[in-house]
Design a protein around this ligand. Structure first.
Ligand code: ZN
Length: 458
């Protein structure tokens, strides 16, 4: 924390070695990949231990049976082994080869049964005969195995020994927070789920990106207080919301991160509010990036944005993914593996996130102190960097836009959107103007002091 960077997150962005950062995020994914996670249990704890080696985490344990909003914290699930033995005693399906082979949250089983009966608890994907599907049974006490279609086809008639050496008993739900204090109590919430076993894009990429973002924010002295939450999907965000209900009004902006390591285009899903500052910031950054992207409206489905955006909270929390959940064939299968995500895609996702957060950090309102006529910019040295340009460079236009719209009403983001100029250029123009006698930060109450456009009604 000693080498703080001047210029905040924008300054940090300028220095970042993205290739290296992508490699480091990928390395964390490699470490986390073998762990069998679930919505509770030691897999989540091991995961948080590894994240905790990179950023300081405050780990919380919530007992099974605790009421959380309309839900209850479930029993804790842990597993040692699971397999299916054929008549010759060979493991034809083996949890030790892939933790996807067992339906996540399967209750303990030790039984012998004919293939016809066993089949009722076997799941495969006929369209992708080499892939193992990912299935869960969180809220119904059952068991099952997932296997490739080819493995399934090889099973001959006869009887099989089925063993799931798991425990489902009273314990805890585990989640963690990394809080980075800012200059204000206003908060930015970054949430990622941590409950999937050996699946890379969903959800190790989100964990790796959130970890790196927290690490980056810790290098600066942010304006906002940041709260990075690592928790199981659905029950984790519901638990977190129920335990933080009295301070949710501090959350000014939020992002749910998932599926950020694949080659797909960026997808930003708007918060339930639809046009919150986080929505406008994300849309602006994506629009001015060279990356292919899509903006989608809020739906009460998907990841944890639907909890933050439930009507009783309606928090300004959007969601950033590359390929969204369910929109790629590898989703929730063994093909979402270490070769499906790449360091360079993680690095691009990091850059987009940092730009969004840097925008939020630097967004603000200003007041033109010489609003009568266009002030003389040349005398104040504000034309120097434009020398040699043909036409009107955007840096010069940005100065004029900031002066024109800085009546205390429009934020820099709104000026950027109205002018069509990227936020960074508008922000630099505001900084240059604020270093002279022409512009000052505006903290006043807009409603009280600024007359509405059009003269206002009596
Ligand atoms: Zn998922």
């Amino acid at each position: 924390m000693t080498d703080r960077v001047d210029g905040g997150l924008a300054g940090r962005l300028g220095q970042l070695m993205f290739k290296e950062a992508g490699g480091e995020m990928y390395a964390l994914i490699e470490e986390l990949y073998p762990i069998c996670r679930s919505i509770t249990g030691n897999g989540v704890r091991e995961t948080l231990d590894l994240v905790g080696k990179r950023i300081p985490l405050n780990v919380q344990e919530v007992p099974s049976g605790t009421r959380v909003l309309d839900w209850e914290v479930p029993k804790e699930w842990n597993i040692r082994d699971a397999y299916i033995l054929n008549g010759r005693g060979e493991r034809v399906v083996d949890f030790q080869e892939s933790n996807l082979h067992v339906v996540n949250y399967s209750i303990p089983v030790r039984e012998r049964m004919p293939l016809a009966e066993l089949r009722k608890n076997l799941f495969a994907i006929p369209d992708h005969p080499d892939w193992i599907p990912y299935r869960t049974s969180y809220y119904s006490e059952t068991w099952g195995f997932c296997l490739s279609q080819r493995q399934l086809d090889r099973l001959s008639d006869g009887s099989y020994d089925v063993v799931v050496d798991s425990r489902l008993e009273d314990g805890h739900l585990t989640y963690a927070e990394c809080r980075v204090p800012g200059r204000t109590e206003d908060e930015v919430l970054i949430f990622t789920h941590v409950c999937h076993p050996s699946l890379c894009n969903d959800n190790l990429s989100g964990i790796a990106l959130a970890t790196r973002l927290a690490w980056e924010i810790r290098q600066i002295e942010p304006r906002y207080t940041y709260r990075f939450v690592f928790a199981p999907a659905t029950i984790g965000s519901i638990t977190w919301l129920s335990r933080n209900e009295d301070r949710l009004d501090r959350i000014k902006h939020g992002l749910v991160l998932a599926n950020v390591g694949d080659s797909g285009k960026f997808t930003y899903k708007r918060s339930r509010q639809g046009n919150a500052e986080i929505d406008r910031a994300a849309v602006h950054v994506l629009k001015h990036s060279s990356r292919d992207h899509e903006i989608v409206e809020f739906t009460p489905w998907g990841y944890d944005e639907r909890q933050f955006g439930s009507p009783g909270f309606d928090l300004p929390v959007g969601r950033l993914t590359r390929s969204p959940n369910g929109a790629y064939p590898e989703y929730h299968t063994s093909a979402d593996n270490l070769s499906f995500v790449r360091p360079e895609f993680l690095a691009e996702s990091l850059a987009i996130c940092l730009r969004i957060l840097a925008l939020l950090e630097d967004n603000g309102r200003y007041l033109n102190l010489k609003p009568k006529g266009e002030p003389q910019l040349g005398r104040r040295g504000l034309y120097r960097k434009m020398g040699g340009y043909q036409g009107v460079p955007k840096e010069q236009l940005a100065l004029l836009w900031v002066l024109s719209l800085s009546t205390g009403e429009a934020s820099l983001l709104e000026i950027a959107d109205m002018s069509g100029i990227d936020f960074e250029t508008i922000r630099e123009a505001a900084r240059a103007l604020a270093a002279t006698d022409l512009l000052a930060p505006y903290e006043g109450n807009v409603q009280d002091e600024i007359k509405p456009r059009g003269g206002g009604a009596g």
